[in-house]
Design a protein around this ligand. Sequence first.
Ligand code: SAH
Ligand code: DHB
Ligand code: MG
Length: 223
Amino acid sequence: MDEELFAAVDAFVCETVVGEDEALRRAIAAAEEAGLPSIQVSPPQGKLLQLLVRLVGARRILEFGTLGGYSAILMARALPENGRLISLEANAEYAEVARASIEKAGVGEKVEVRVGPALEALPALEEEDAKPFDLVFIDADKVNTPNYFSWALDRTRPGGLIIADNVVRDGTLADGDAADEATQAQRRLHQMLADEPRVSATTVQTVGVKGYDGFLLALVEPA
Ligand code: SAH
Ligand code: DHB
Ligand code: MG
């Protein structure tokens, strides 16, 4: 593994195809200043999220795990005028930092951050007309990724996309004896999808500034 090389390639990709962005740099700086962990998606990964939002033609997005709002800002910017993104965040201080950065980035009208453990936010969401979702980004507490996925699958339209971050976990995904509960949860998610006719899925391994990880992409099939 060559972390320096991965970071250098990410930097080159940023300087060239991804492009720089002042509002996003400010969001990162605000998160850092407030002491939030620097675990947001990398800029190239964030750009991929934007492309996926556009490819799906998403209008309603649900995000699990807001942190400082970095991925939320990126996805919200790719939404059409009438698009909406709801982001669930357990940590009230993180949510405050995120709301401020989202506002400053000019997408405050499109994004709503809800505070509380995501599982507790789901019953209220069920009652609203926020569904069905066109795209769901699962990036909160990793042990619950299979639970969030199951919930999202019933509430994402055919042709919609569910993305789960951090499923490869330094390659421990392949280790059935892995002690890490978060890894076991990603293995369960994959095994669950092995006989789930409602989605067509794949997992992409990634290296970059965040090391070795990967994300799962699941396209919801027509009924
Ligand atoms: N999507 C963000 C990064 C999210 S990091 C980005 O790329 O910019 C994971 C986030 O999930 C953290 O902010 C953490 O506080 C939050 N989280 C952890 N457990 C959670 C839970 N049970 N419900 C909702 N959010 C949770
Ligand atoms: C962590 C969370 C993430 O969503 C991520 O992409 C990387 C790390 C974490 O909780 O450590
Ligand atoms: Mg993540």
